[in-house]
Design a protein around this ligand. Sequence first.
Ligand code: SF4
Length: 352
Amino acid sequence: MSGPIHVPHTPQPPNLATTRLSSYIAPMANLIDNTSRSAASEARAARHPEKQKRADTPVLRKPDWIRVKAPVGKVFSQTQKIVKDGGLVTVCEEAGCPNIGECWEQKHATFMILGDTCTRACSFCNVKTGLPAAVDTDEPRRVAEAVAQMGLNHVVITSVDRDDLDDGGAQHFVDVIEAIRAATPATTIEILTPDFLRKPGAAEAVIDARPDVFNHNLETVPRLYLSIRPGARYYHSLRLLERVKERDPAQFTKSGIMVGLGESKEEVMQVMDDMRSAGIDFLTIGQYLQPTRKHAAVDRFVHPDEFKAYETIARAKGFLMVSATPLTRSSHHAGDDFAKLRAAREQMMARG
Ligand code: SF4
């Protein structure tokens, strides 16, 4: 695959679909709760022009177990400065992640490469939709520098969908992985990729860069794809993860879904079985939170006890690692979870 590919001058119209960033989906509900209707309306119109003709969806009151701490603190400000000075984008901010206060106070940020604008428009995701800018070829260097400055043992790298690029941004992922490896060889690298739909050879290029964890979120059950992830294909996403295992069995694979979108428990079980058939090691399940009134509505808030039940069932089905709580997001506690994942594999191998 050639070097970084730049956005053509006559870019394609956005493919109205989904991005895997969802599991971050967060609470612009904060936006809904805390800002006036007109301010919220202006903000969402700028980020999601394609959704403005939709009727407002009802907003359910969040239960007590969804409350999170406001982002304050000295380390939070230091993290913010490193991100800002490096001219970097984080999914923590772009998706309005509810865990940002906790994560940034521990200097954990998830970098979002390839710009802040996504070529898809999933109905759950708060990342801006539109025509992205040209690929920033200096970004890998700056990401690696920020990882070194933060002293990260484990880093998570995600991106917007770049359907406008011939390789979907695969080479840029490779460049970022290589830059981090060169700057801080001990840092383990987790990537959360797009689906690389209709981008032949893209997934293989990224797999061959040998990230420690290859994550791609299925986001929801197949029945809901048309309304929640219209531009994606459930079996393509599943197959992407299976291809990782076929090409490099040592690479950990990870995937996640949101619940509270109208799925049934039986459908969640079926997704777990599909994931196990594809050899996925690590499952994440978190509560969907509605970014704005123009996004998909929350069907219900799943009780923490139900998350515990999902975790028990998923472990029985053979996942090496499961994180299932209302505030679980793909990158939440990713470093600690990676250590547990590695330990779980070692134990399994020791048992034979
Ligand atoms: S859970 Fe992930 S996206 Fe959310 S603040 Fe933490 S690192 Fe960022």
